[in-house]
Design a protein around this ligand. Structure first.
Ligand code: PEP
Length: 252
């Protein structure tokens, strides 16, 4: 069986300022994460990438962005390209977060283009998928996830799947305090891995699949115990250093 190193990633969303960020990042540095523990990363708002780089460079904590432009360069006012993120030594970039999909109209095709841009710039795209409450209640979760993955499975090469991360984030669990049961999440994670395996059998075994949606210190251990849950994408609870460190340490 393939050993997948756990990955715990914070998503700050549109929170923070220079002063609060410095305190939060210092808190993470003080935890002194080692190579035997989960890999740890924070996805910060784009203006603070330089700050994250300055404070985290050389430490065990990686950083990344929350979004990128689907085009490489040009007249796209207000957008940030993959290469710009690479200039600030980002390791990761979130792609297709549910807030991007629902509030900013990102389509599965946009997601595919953005993943392509990230890969070309040497970034690791963290591809977010997940069903809404209505889709969950209608019992269509697997069909929804399959549809979100389909353009990626068709558009990416098998080898690309060794350079991406997938985050399963049921939309009804994001920021709601309603965490999916570990068993429910495990079932969807196994489904995602099986879908990827159809196109890239070997890469699917090494693919890190993170769970996201109201992960807290108190529920992290049960989630990490599941075979196909390889880490977490953490929103609200990543804004408190103590709690985020506890979540990171729950993943082994
Ligand atoms: C997220 O934003 O990806 C997320 C999972 O948020 P929260 O942990 O606050 O539910």
């Amino acid at each position: 069986q393939t050993v997948r190193r756990p990955l715990v990633m914070g998503n700050w969303k549109m929170h923070g300022n220079l002063q609060e960020n410095a305190a939060l990042l210092q808190g993470l540095l003080q935890a002194g994460f080692s190579a035997e523990e989960a890999r740890v990363a924070v996805c910060v708002p784009a203006p603070y990438l330089a700050q994250a780089q300055a404070l985290l460079q050389g430490s065990a904590v990686h950083w990344g962005a929350q979004n990128l432009c689907r085009e490489p360069v040009g007249a796209f006012t207000g957008e940030v390209s993959a290469r710009m993120l690479a200039d600030f030594a980002c390791r990761y970039v979130l792609v297709g977060h549910s807030e991007r999909r629902t509030l900013f109209g990102e389509s599965d095709h946009d997601v595919l283009q953005k993943v392509g841009q990230a890969l070309q710039a040497g970034l690791i795209p963290v591809i977010c998928v997940g069903e809404t409450l209505a889709q969950h209640d209608a019992g269509t979760t697997e069909a929804v996830i399959a549809a979100q993955l389909q353009p990626l499975l068709a558009g990416l090469a098998a080898a690309d799947w060794t350079r991406v991360v997938v985050a399963y984030e049921p939309v009804w669990a994001i920021g709601t305090g309603k965490v999916a049961t570990p068993e429910y999440a495990q079932k969807v994670h196994a489904f995602i891995r099986a879908q990827v395996a159809e196109e890239a059998a070997e890469a699917a075994q090494g693919l890190q699949i993170l769970y996201g949606g109201s992960v807290k210190a108190e529920n992290a251990a049960q989630l990490q115990a599941m075979l196909d849950i390889d880490g977490a994408l953490v929103g609200g609870a990543s804004l408190k250093a103590d709690e985020f460190v506890k979540i990171c340490r729950s993943f082994r």
